[in-house]
Design a protein around this ligand. Structure first.
Ligand SMILES: [Zn+2]
Length: 665
């Protein structure tokens, strides 16, 4: 009983902390905790809730990590249809819309026409229902009348408040989207052939997933733009947006009250360039009549409301010259033609390179070196060549020749039947593939070794100091010190970073190996189905095919990887390097350095907040106390320590600095 009371206090405390830090991170963009520290808080909450399931509530931030698997989403009928706005690419039509609204409101006896201009997020519309201050339902737009109940997935989106002040029953609508950075990370963690074309596609695909834990990992965002149902409701859309912010929603911040057509045009012009600097994609400006009371009076056509319109920015294009085509060799040997362009300003940045994808694309475009080309940036993060100005083809135009040999190692290229790409088959020796594997291994979603950057990898491979990722772990500081741009400090940092990466989980290691078709999600499934590299090596193609999410192509690719003659030696090297070759070792990776030790903190700490520091001690078997006694085994003294330090010194308790404490961890 007392346990449960204690737990409920602890749970309440953790939830409050998590909500606070989550809001600092996601809404105010000024985090105070590192991702690691934040995850630790969440892990503690989840562990406690698992122990006391009665204490789980529908607003607990633990629901944000997902976990529920949905077989089929239930259909829901929207309380009022979610109409889509009519779209236009023309400023002339914006003016027509403005004048049409003017006439309609004049019929209602209103002559002052205020409009709200909002940036249009390029995402997926959803509807949220709150009752007694709690999120009770999140649904897709569907056909506008009927959508899917995807509450479990919606709850994982950090910027969707699970709890707001009790304002009765309200509906909030808005857009789920993916920030460019999160989108790139998601794509990077997926096998090449499964990558999403743009953040909007990724968002739409993610919302429909039946595994909410995977939804949570993909880190989507939400902006609110519509509020309905508040008692003594504000009658202006602009103040409703403000109210949404007060309730804890993000509105994206960029909206403006426009009193004249000119204000609207200025807003549109201002954001046509500025929007490229935003960390997410926007594709236009939405204009809504500010007077909400008039919305019903103006009504809607069959498809769209008459009181709003969406202006969409035309895709941004630029003209430039194709200077040359270079051929890049990827980590899996794929040859990608890359266009080198005369630098040109497009969508807020200078573009001098663009991928041509593959040779079919070159043929489809009919492109030649020295051609004048049109490049475009629309929903995509990377610009692409969309056409050739054939009538201006110069006399010195040259055909693009598909190389017959690898530009890196000279091996004749091959093109597997039915594939659009050429490959360098020299997997083991091709320097480009070795470099690609090393960089993938060190990338953030893999082993996360920040000090192993591109320039260093280039050098290590060029002087043959490293041939595979296993070699990294046997590098010595003296070997590294004399490399270009390295020096002693950097050499130490790299060796330390590599050392720390030894503790990375088996699941991460599986992903980091860079097996074709094995992205992060597949690595996770694999690590559960085959909890060690030995088990994985012995699994047959048929057995692998029974693992969720693993089809015959992936199973084949995994077997091919393990069948390579170099693999046993390579794994022996990884083993000698001390990497986590099984799930079991990963679980036991936290040490017990504080077993039986009673620790007290005094003064300010720089690296961790007090809470986290205490947790680090407890995870390692220690206890944390708040007052000094003879039983206190260790004092960690930060800056400006208080009277506790004096007392401890008198009692002869061992005192360490924060740096020493860090080393003990
Ligand atoms: Zn090659």
């Amino acid at each position: 009983m007392t346990d449960s009371i204690h737990a409920s206090e602890r749970i309440a405390h953790l939830r409050k902390q998590i909500e606070h830090h989550s809001s600092l991170y996601y809404i105010e963009a000024r985090p105070e905790l590192s991702d690691y520290e934040f995850d630790k808080l969440l892990e503690q909450l989840i562990a406690l809730e698992r122990q006391f399931p009665d204490l789980v509530t529908p607003d607990s931030p633990s629901l944000r990590v997902g976990g529920a698997i949905t077989k089929e989403f239930v259909s829901v009928i929207h309380r009022e249809p979610m109409l889509s706005l009519s779209n236009t690419y023309s400023l002339g039509e914006v003016e027509e819309f403005y004048n049409r609204v003017k006439k309609l409101i004049a019929l209602e006896g209103v002559d002052e026409q205020e409009m709200v201009a909002e940036l249009k997020f390029d995402g997926v519309a959803i509807s949220l229902l709150y009752r007694d201050g709690l999120l009770v339902r999140g649904a897709t737009r569907g056909d506008g009348v009927q959508g899917d109940d995807i509450t479990v997935n919606i709850r994982t989106i950090p910027t969707v408040p699970l709890k707001i002040g009790d304002v009765g029953e309200i509906e909030v609508r808005g857009e789920v989207f993916m920030r460019k950075e999160d989108f790139e990370q998601l794509n990077e963690s997926r096998p090449e052939e499964e990558r999403f074309a743009n953040p909007r596609n990724a968002t739409a695909g993610t919302l429909k997933l039946q595994d909410s834990a995977e939804v949570a990992r993909r880190r989507m965002s939400f902006v609110a733009y519509y509020l309905k149902g508040i008692r003594d409701e504000s009658t202006a859309h602009f103040s409703r947006l403000k109210l949404l912010e007060e309730l804890g929603f993000s509105t994206g911040n960029y909206y403006q009250l426009c009193r004249e057509l000119n204000d609207i045009n200025e807003f549109i012009a201002e954001w046509s360039e500025k929007r490229w600097k935003l960390p997410y994609e926007t594709d236009g400006v939405v204009l809504k009549l500010n007077a909400v009371t008039l919305w019903d009076k103006l009504g809607a056509t069959a498809k769209s409301p008459r009181w709003a319109i969406a202006y969409k920015y035309p895709a941004q294009q630029a003209r430039t010259v194709l200077i040359a085509v270079v051929f890049q060799v990827g980590r899996l040997g794929t040859i990608t033609p890359v266009a080198e362009l005369e630098p040109v300003l497009l969508a807020g940045s200078t573009v001098s390179r663009s991928t041509l994808h593959n040779f079919d694309e070159i043929q489809r475009l009919g492109i030649m070196v020295h051609d004048r080309v049109i490049i475009e940036k629309s929903g995509e993060v990377i610009p692409k060549v969309i056409s050739v100005v054939l009538e201006e083809r110069p006399s010195d135009a040259l055909p693009i020749v598909i190389p017959s040999n690898c530009p890196e190692c000279g091996t004749p290229l091959s093109r597997p039947e039915g594939e659009v790409s050429y490959y360098c088959p020299n997997e083991e020796e091709c320097p480009a593939q070795i470099r690609g594997r090393l960089l993938h291994f060190a990338s953030r979603n893999a082993m996360d070794i920040k000090s192993l950057g591109k320039a260093l990898v280039d050098q290590l491979v060029a002087i043959k100091l490293v041939k595979d990722v296993g070699d990294l772990y046997f590098l010595q500081e003296p070997q590294l010190e004399n490399l270009e741009r390295m020096g002693r400090k950097s050499a130490q940092n790299l060796v330390r970073a590599l050392d720390e990466s030894r503790a990375k989980s088996y699941e991460r290691l599986l992903y980091a190996l860079g097996i074709r078709h094995v992205g992060r999600a597949t690595a996770r499934e694999l690590s559960q189905a085959c909890p060690s590299l030995d088990a994985l090596m012995q699994a047959s193609e048929e057995e692998l095919s029974t693992v969720p999410d693993i089809g015959p192509v992936v199973a084949r690719s995994i077997c091919d990887y393990f069948a390579k003659p170099s693999v046993p030696d390579f794994f022996e090297k990884l083993n000698a390097a001390g990497l986590q070759l099984s799930a079991l070792e990963s679980a036991a990776q936290i040490n017990r350095n504080f077993e039986g030790l009673t620790v007290l903190f005094t003064g300010g700490l720089d690296r961790h907040d007090r809470q986290t520091a205490s947790e680090l001690v407890m995870e390692r078997g220690g206890r944390v106390v708040n007052s000094v006694s003879k039983k206190t085994g260790l004092i960690v003294a930060g800056h400006d320590p208080g009277s506790k330090l004096d007392k401890a010194l008198k009692l002869g308790v061992r005192v360490v600095s924060e740096d020493e404490f860090e080393a003990m961890l």
